[in-house]
Design a binder for this molecule. Sequence first.
Ligand code: UD1
Ligand code: CA
Length: 451
Amino acid sequence: MSIALLILAAGKGTRMNSDLPKVLHEVAGAPMLVHAMKSADALDPSKTIVIAGHGADAVSAAATAFDENAEVVLQIEQLGTAHAVAQAKTALSEFEGDVIVLYGDTPFISPETLERMAIARASHDVIVLGFEAADPGRYGRLVMSGDSLEKIVEFKELSDDERKITLCNSGVICANSDVLFDLIDAVTNENAAGEYYLTDIVEIAQSKGLSATSVTCDESETLGVNSRVQLAEADAIFQRKARIDLMEAGVTLHAPDTVYLSHDTYIGPDTIIEPNVVFGPAVTVENGAHIRAFSHLEGCHVSRGATVGPYARLRPGTELAEFTKVGNFVEIKNAVIDEGAKVNHLSYIGDAHVGARANIGAGTITCNYDGVMKHHTEIGEASFIGSNTLLIAPVSVGANAMTGSGTVVTQDVPDDALAIARTKQVNNPGLAVKLFDMLKKKKASKAKGTS
Ligand code: UD1
Ligand code: CA
């Protein structure tokens, strides 16, 4: 059975108080829309259609960045969820099979749940995904009679009795394409909100002698985000699950609640993550690495056996080879650090390549930016960069070379050479004692003057 995916993402999301369309607000570093598309990917849809309205250009860009075959259809006026689905009628006119309607603001429906819905279609015409809500709030309610779903009642239309129902509508619906558009045609906007409710198709199906039922899933999957508070709740749900998945896959988290993960964070088994570590998007960590407390990583790769932190910052384009060491208050950006090299203290390494087994002394800075352009620094293998060296890029230090502490490197250093660029030291015998005396007298005469 072929499946078409229809994602409703035209709404403004008034309660977000935002210029950004609601579905582009991020959970764990990816737009909610992308989370929804990702989970539906498991059904291998033959067509994916996104209904966009508010911020349609941005929504379209995000959708096609994730799936270049996604089609974006405009809903110019947002007249309700049924009206949104109706916009896809032309795009799906040739399509034969089932349509699954998802909401772009409901990011966590699992692939397994969608599969169960697709299977339930064997026995019923319309399948609605429901959940038992701890607090049903403003969700639409499912009115069941045995396993038959009689109707969905929207929050604004609830009677006092219906208010007590805790089985709620997630928004996800599955039906045959032709059946769905027939039902949609019959939806009117005669209700408290003056909107075309997609949820009305259930009662219409029943009146036409078609059958409807609900498949249920855990509430954590169906969280619909309408406000920043719910966005934070969605992130918390994501984090909890992602941390458990990591631990079950063999990663040690000393204080799991303090580790922030992204939607695509990969960490290999036997890696240890200490408390308060943040993983931004696009981070991969191999096996047996050690990420120490208060480190911040994004867009980087950490190889087997490497140690990072405490208090390290790895920015996009950082590539740490096996058994490298990056210590406290070190920032690395767009740089490859080869096997066994060490950058242990208070350094900035940007737009650089550090050779294997090189040792970068405390306070080393690659001066990569001249105010207009960025330049590359090359540091040879087994070299020793003295503390507080400034490397004015573009510049290179050869293999087995050294720089003296405090050196400002402005010219390339050949292999095996020692570069020193600092003023020569002069020792003046007895001058310290004389200077102390002079200063103490000065202080005493000042004190007299003010008394
Ligand atoms: C909807 C359901 C409700 C369910 C809840 C779950 C209806 C009528 N109600 O209510 O039963 O419990 O979701 O979260 O379906 N959208 C459009 N075009 C429109 C209107 C909405 O694309 O004209 C999109 C929105 O961008 C959003 C989704 O559809 O992604 C849901 O719309 P929203 O207004 O949030 O519906 P709810 O009132 O939450
Ligand atoms: Ca909603």
